[in-house]
Design a protein. Sequence first.
Length: 478
Amino acid sequence: MEMLDLSGKVHDEQRQGEAFSPTSSIEKTYQKHFYIESYGCAMNFSDSEVVASILQANGFGPTSQFEEADLVLVNTCSIREKAEQTIRKRLTEFRKAKESKKGMLVGVLGCMAERLKAKLLEEEKLVDLVVGPDAYRSLPLLIEEASTGQKAVNVLLSRDETYADIAPIRLDSNGVSAFVSIMRGCNNMCSFCVVPFTRGRERSRDAHSILAESIDLFEKGYKEITLLGQNVDSYYWVDEVNGITITFAALLEKIALISPLLRVRFSTSHPKDITDEVIHTIAKYQNICNYIHLPVQSGNNRILQLMNRTYTREWYLAKVKRIREFIPDCGISTDIIAGFCSETEAEHQETISIMNESVFDYGYMYFYSERPGTLAERRYTDDVPEDVKKRRLQEIVDTQYQLSLKSNQNDVGKTYRILIDGESKKDTNFWKGRNDQNKVAVFPKADLDLQMGNYVDVQIHSCTKGTLLGTAVPGTKH
Ligand code: SAH
Ligand code: SF4
Ligand code: F3S
């Protein structure tokens, strides 16, 4: 198993090939249609919404059936080898579809496009277009080139592209929650990570455009916004008109002030960068959710140093303590990598112990996958045998299961305000939503006249490790 999500929710990591279902009214207005499938992190899903906007402005309407599409796009992820393998398989299927539909173009977008560049066109002949994450504005031109049989590649990375002026088209939206990208790229050089190579240098998006997009979402009925960046705490934007500098804490505050009925979330925080100012801002505003995703990766100082994470075990634990001091009920989740280069059994045990000491509510856990071109690939040997990596991962997963279950059991008897974002998949007589701490709660619809996007108080009566089960309190809808 490559990745386990204990929370049972869609989180912002490694979603697998999701297409979207447009409304039929959009479809009929266009002569040409595109189909897009997205993999990887929330930023990729958010980018697909920018791509949809660019395509629609150029005469392409969306379709949810790839067989009907004139243009099939796959927005790809390179974070682990397994992710790339899955996408390659899918591309082979699209190539087959292409054989039976004359004129169909297949394009690769995103991180794999950036990593493999023209190789996908030349050596493997899998696709017609290859477009990197900073080159989506050139899509219309590239489509034209590809349709005349030319090689259409643009994988140039940019120092300033943020697509700030493009209004994303919300794909497959529940109308309640939306992602808003606040920055792109990453300047950290975690030795295991391919992102700095596929996404380029870090840059922050114009705060005015972030605010305008968020206000627009709220006016359209959205109730929850998740601000996205690989390292949101290093958000930094200077308003040159009045010389004001906007930090992440200031941005959070601006978004929170749009309305107390708009929930604000964000991801991802780097333990070295999250500031007291941010922690205080979360504590100050009721509508900034008490939930922080704070990837630890390892609990051992030697491994953390090899990973180039630039913090120690002690620093990390002090951050967790500080968060809990100011936001006592804060949900904290993490990412962990098992079996990084040269990790010993004792070092692995330190990862288990930091999990227990931090009492994580959820975890996203992976075994190490060497990525070409990264610092770790060039400097260290990927020497932990696969069976050892998998066994260590299982121990980490088992530890998190216990912590998640305990965390949910602690909530039994409490009442939480839930934002309804859908029906329970298992039983449509139940609503599903999340609490402030990002935990999923389900409860019977009963006869309470509730709908998607409503807030309601739910008293929790039982739980599993992934879900809280409860009953809505009558008269608490708003
Ligand atoms: N920017 C985020 C993480 C982005 S990648 C951060 O800094 O935390 C999401 C997660 O994938 C990482 O936190 C890490 O746990 C995992 N990951 C990244 N590269 C990996 C690799 N080569 N092998 C296994 N897991 C990896
Ligand atoms: Fe990768 Fe590290 Fe940047 Fe996260 S902070 S995207 S793990 S390099
Ligand atoms: Fe994957 Fe690229 Fe995101 S590598 S995790 S899609 S930034």
